[in-house]
Design a protein around this ligand. Structure first.
Ligand SMILES: Cc1ncc(COP(=O)(O)O)c(C=O)c1O
Length: 430
């Protein structure tokens, strides 16, 4: 097989003609497919419908402490919900605060609070004028949107196969007092699928921040979202709270999680896990914000799953829906692009995304071509702060929502777009 890089101008023009024909065939199908956002498919949401029958007008809506869940109160969540979210995050229930339906909202709120009131005695970030956040890339666009919204400068940190480049993280955190935090998705990362190695977690725990009030934003959104049932095919990460305690740094981390991709996205339960000192500080402000979150939903979740085994069984049903989709995408990428040396992609064992890297300078064009033929992808660049991918090469593929058949069509078109954009790029220099 002759690679595109090795072809003459005439050969590339022949390839272009061939690819344009294939591209037109897809266009003539008038596709309307979406691989942009990591939304659970309707079949996944259907799986949880039984949760709505757990409570009825005959139910005793009283929690383990005897509190009436219909009424005001219980600022930090009912004991059953704390146990559930603690099991998901592998922490202890007394390290957990239960919030509303979305973890993103907790992250936003935490940053907003730090801007206006500082972190446990530190200066409010807005007064500093130059607060900075480290942003492992490629990363989650909605994290970057929060820090951008508050005018916090974002510094990209390259991801490696074991997590963010820790030499760089240590360099910034330990020397620059304007660096106030870092976004992390430690397990089945969005979008790379990488899970942080034990060494990476320990190095995080041993950071010696120059800034008072520096915090690691440990977004453990995919802690139980495995694709495979076999334990040796499931990623495991160290418990960051425990490691931070051991390192004498108990307050350095906020961990976040939710049931958005376990039960109903938009109607789940979200939580933060952190040290006792952080909890005390946060709850003082929470009492001003709310009298308590939705305890009936918390009760519904806890009674539906009963215990952590209930969640594990449920997540394996999710895996049965997700796995064939991921495998369909990977199979077609391999069939169509394997050996061409025009792109690389991740092979995650969990989470919601596959990360694709094209030849430099091609990602925007690939996404544009796909869109023109009826397949919407996440915008190129969105996995980087400010939407700027300096190499214009990363594209996030979200296989969860379409059916496997739709995915096959969408990814086949995607591979044609990758080839076409690459050939066009190479022709620019011929
Ligand atoms: C890393 C990460 N964190 C958080 C979220 C959103 O979570 P929630 O629905 O709890 O706000 C997502 C959704 O895609 C995500 O990928």
């Amino acid at each position: 097989m002759k690679l595109y890089h090795e072809m003459s101008k005439t050969e590339l023009l022949e390839q272009k003609e061939f690819l344009l024909k294939k591209y037109k065939e897809f266009k003539d199908c008038h596709l309307d497919l979406n691989m942009a956002r990591g939304k659970p498919a309707p079949a996944q949401l259907d799986m949880t419908m039984g949760m709505l029958d757990v409570l009825s007008s005959n139910s005793r809506l009283v929690d383990e402490d005897g509190i009436d869940c219909r009424n005001y109160g219980t600022l930090d969540g009912i004991p059953e919900a704390k146990k559930m979210m603690a099991a998901i995050m592998d922490v202890s229930p007394d390290q957990v605060i239960i919030y509303g339906n979305a973890s993103l909202n907790i992250m936003y709120d935490t940053i907003a609070r730090s801007m206006t009131h500082g972190v446990m005695g530190s200066n409010p970030w807005y007064k500093l004028g130059d607060a900075k956040f480290l942003c492992p890339v490629p990363g989650y666009d909605r994290h970057f949107a929060i820090t951008e919204f508050f005018g916090i400068d974002m510094i990209p940190i390259p991801m490696t196969p074991t997590g963010p480049d820790m030499d760089l993280v240590e360099h910034y955190v330990n020397n620059d007092s304007s660096v106030k935090g870092i976004w992390c998705v430690p397990k089945y990362s969005n979008p790379s699928g990488v899970s942080y190695s034990d060494e990476t977690v320990r190095r995080f725990a041993h950071l010696k921040p120059a800034a008072t009030g520096f915090r690691i934003f440990w977004d453990n959104a995919y802690s139980v979202h495995h694709l495979y049932k076999e334990e040796d095919k499931q990623d495991k990460i160290l418990n960051i709270l425990e490691e931070c305690e051991k390192a004498g740094n108990p307050d350095i981390v906020y961990e976040f999680a939710s049931t958005s991709k376990i039960t109903f996205s938009g109607a789940g339960v979200a939580a933060m896990a952190t040290s006792k000192a952080n909890i005390d500080f946060i709850e003082k402000q929470m009492t001003v914000q709310t009298i308590g979150h939705d305890k009936i939903n918390q009760l519904r979740h806890a009674r539906y799953f009963k215990d952590f085994d209930g969640i594990k069984v449920h997540m394996m049903k999710h895996a049965d829906i997700m796995r064939p989709k991921f495998e369909a995408v990977l199979e077609i990428l391999e069939e169509e692009l394997g050996g061409w040396e025009i792109g690389t992609w991740s092979h995650p064992r969990g989470g919601y995304f596959i990360s694709f890297d094209s030849m430099e300078g091609c990602a925007k064009e690939i996404v544009r071509l796909a869109k023109e033929a009826g397949v919407v992808m996440t915008g190129a660049g969105s996995t980087f702060p400010y939407g700027i991918d300096p190499k214009d090469s990363n594209i996030r593929i979200a296989p969860s929502y379409p059916t496997p058949d739709e995915l096959r069509t969408a990814v086949s078109l995607f591979t044609v777009c990758v080839k076409l954009a690459t050939v066009n790029k190479l022709l620019e220099t011929k």
